[in-house]
Design a protein around this ligand. Structure first.
Ligand code: AMP
Ligand code: ZN
Length: 482
């Protein structure tokens, strides 16, 4: 049965299907590269990554495209303040974003177009919209989309049930020049912004004079070039993007191309921190580096960010991260028992963490069903820990242990969880314990068994257990479960 996902447009749970033999066309609005992404942004990107992984394990290949917003008010302001060219400024934040994604085990998209690289395509799209009567230029050299020309405007966010409001501020915090009375209607939104002194040298020539594209336009242009004119199977973003950004993308693309922009819309709810909206002024805005500095591993952050159901706001606290670290430690212990039974080393686990050959029936069936049923990560983790808690390893023979490892590995792949990463082990273990454990391992390797044994006892007295496999060791709290 194909993966089912709630579709914002139809307000219903629908199967996610690509055309026969095709990769599923999945576009996500990407980061604005003007500073480090915060953990709220990563909640959205990690949920998108998890959905892609679930589809892959389910045998549905995905063509995943996520753009970079590298020209807007924030990037331009940041570049000017830093005294850098827009390109140099956004490059450094793009690199940081990529490094954070790698640490969080977020698969790179197959294509990552940038807005600045698509200026000619954006200009061509505006020209087309003007020609068709869907857009108009002002005397001052800006161009607006004529919302009244698109009958379906507002269908994604059910806007007609509310009042069409001036698009004075979009979810990127950009002003849409609402105070410009040249617009025909307050709801019209900007496609091309005339050059302003505060833009410095960041402008491009166009048939309407110097300026730069409006934010909404970039996605319509990049989707068209990345997917070569095909309708998207799936489009994702945080819930704040539903209106106006996605509504405007639909208007631009459908008016210009005369076909649906997308078949299925995937919006993830926001991350809150300590019960409040994340914001710099409240001092509750975290980046991955902030949490690393507090000793948490990127894997624990990934776990914490994907653990809640995507349609519900997730309240992030430091306690959530502690819980995530111990959940990962439990998964590691479970993996160790299975690997022992299968006669394999810790390093062999990697080979099991893959999208193919899932064998997800049997023991892990409920966890897998939960993922396929509207990406219910919270139920999936509950079901997974049900299996972990009743650890079947002792009753398995070698080949059964290997089969169980295959199914467990496919689930780990779908959730994007890596185990036995140095950071997880380290972040869970105090420095002095780590040092003693390492010393004991080295003593054992050099066959100084008396010393190794005495260090093991010291660690036990301090409440820590050592578990060796052929090529490595694990140190874990002696919580009586093992
Ligand atoms: P931006 O870099 O602001 O363009 O946002 C990148 C992505 O992060 C978009 O899909 C936003 O909807 C999403 N986003 C922004 N804030 C949050 C949040 N607090 N929780 C979850 N997603 C968010
Ligand atoms: Zn977009």
């Amino acid at each position: 049965m194909p993966v089912q996902l709630y579709d914002t447009h139809s307000r219903s749970l629908r199967p996610l299907e690509a055309e026969t033999e095709q990769a599923l066309r999945f576009y996500c609005c990407g980061p604005t590269v003007y500073g480090p992404a915060h953990i709220g942004n990563f909640r959205t990107f990690l949920l998108q990554d998890t959905l892609r992984r679930v589809l892959e394990v389910d045998g549905q290949p995905v063509h995943h495209v996520r753009n970079l917003t590298d020209v807007d008010d924030k990037t331009i302001k940041g570049a000017m303040q830093a005294g850098l060219t827009l390109q140099d400024f956004t490059r450094q934040w793009t690199e940081k974003f990529h490094a954070d994604c790698t640490a969080l085990n977020c698969l790179p998209p197959h294509d990552e177009p940038s807005a600045v690289e698509h200026i000619p395509q954006q200009i061509a799209l505006i020209e087309q919209l003007i020609e068709q009567g869907h857009a108009y230029a002002t005397d001052e050299g800006s161009v607006y989309f004529r919302v009244s020309s698109f009958e379906n405007y507002g269908s994604l966010s059910r806007l007609k049930e509310r009042e069409l409001k001036p698009q004075s501020k979009n979810s990127a915090g950009q002003r849409n020049d609402a105070d410009e009375y040249e617009r025909e209607a307050v709801s019209d939104f900007v496609l091309w912004k005339q050059r302003k002194p505060e833009d410095g040298e960041n402008f491009w020539k166009s048939p309407w004079g110097e300026g730069r594209p409006g934010w909404h336009l970039e996605c319509s242009a990049m989707i068209e070039s990345s997917f070569k004119g095909a309708t998207l199977d799936l489009h994702g973003g945080g819930v704040d993007l539903c209106f106006p950004h996605h509504e405007n993308e639909i208007a631009q693309s459908e008016c210009a191309h005369g076909r649906p922009l997308c078949k299925h819309w995937f919006h993830s709810a926001h991350l809150m921190v300590d019960g409040a909206k994340m914001s710099k002024s409240l001092g509750n805005l975290y980046t991955l580096d902030d949490l690393r500095a507090k000793g948490f591993s990127p894997m624990a952050l990934r776990y914490a960010l994907i653990a809640g159901s995507y349609r519900q706001q997730l309240n992030f606290t430091i306690e959530t991260l502690h819980a995530a670290q111990s959940a990962l430690a439990k998964l590691e212990r479970f993996a160790t028992t299975l690997l022992d039974k299968a006669g394999q080393k810790t390093s062999d686990l990697k080979a099991y963490i893959q999208a193919s050959d899932p064998k997800l029936t049997g023991r892990f069936a409920s966890a897998w069903e939960a993922l396929g049923n509207n990406l219910n990560t919270s139920a999936a983790l509950g079901a997974l820990f049900g299996v972990v808690g009743s650890n079947p390893a002792p009753s398995l023979n070698e080949s059964e242990a290997r089969d169980t490892l295959s199914a467990f590995g496919a689930l780990l792949y779908a959730l994007g969880l890596s185990l036995f990463t140095e950071q997880v082990a380290k972040a869970n273990t105090p420095d002095d314990i780590q040092a003693l454990a390492q010393e004991r391992w080295e003593a054992k390797q050099s066959k100084d068994y008396a010393r190794a044994d005495s260090l093991r006892k010291t660690l036990l007295q301090k409440g820590w257990l050592i578990k060796d496999s052929v090529d490595s060791y694990q140190v874990e709290p002696n919580d009586g479960q093992t």
